[in-house]
Write a new protein. Structure first.
Length: 173
């Protein structure tokens, strides 16, 4: 099925692009959500207008989100969790938990669907990608350590400062 994208779709394309997608994906998700229309000769005439309008909106959104991306790129967030002898967590750290911590730090509402990470089930350092826009994807460092222990970061001063801030905030609560 050929479709014309009306909005930017992550991992698919930008608004105004004509893409070939699976019938079910187009019929059941893209078209009902308003992300695309069928690529008919009439709709293809509108592709340039859609592309230029979306480009203006994308540039404005990128300038707004670039400041947020600079603020959160490379930051460390920490979680204290109960874990077994092998380092496996009793439970997991979810994308919702990561989004909440990032929202606290950045002062901007981050949705859990913007976080590209599988649930964390082991102790240690992990990376999470935050999709602010289709073009801006900063990386967050997530440190999971055992409850009651000080985290082992490996000499990173920024991470140690972030851990100290987090621990001070946790004890204040």
């Amino acid at each position: 099925m050929k479709i014309l994208l009306l909005k930017d779709v992550y991992h698919l394309g930008h608004a105004g692009d004509v893409k070939k997608v699976a019938d079910g994906y187009g019929r059941n998700y893209l078209i009902p959500q308003g992300y695309a229309v069928l690529a008919t000769p009439g709709s293809l005439k509108q592709a340039d207008a859609i592309r230029t309008k979306a480009e203006v909106v994308r540039k404005q959104l990128n300038t707004e989100m670039s400041a947020v991306a600079e603020r959160i790129n490379g930051t460390w967030i920490t979680f204290a969790s109960k874990a077994g002898e092998t380092g496996k967590l009793y439970g997991s750290i979810t994308s919702q938990m990561v989004a909440d911590k990032i929202s606290e730090k950045a002062g901007v509402e981050i949705d859990k669907r913007m976080i590209d990470i599988q649930p964390i089930r082991t102790l240690g350092e992990h990376k999470a990608h935050v999709r602010l826009t289709i073009d801006i994807v900063p990386v967050i460092n997530v440190l999971v350590h055992r409850e009651g222990e000080t985290p082992n970061i490996g000499g990173n001063e920024d991470a140690e400062a972030a851990v100290e801030e987090t621990e001070a905030a946790e004890t204040a609560e």
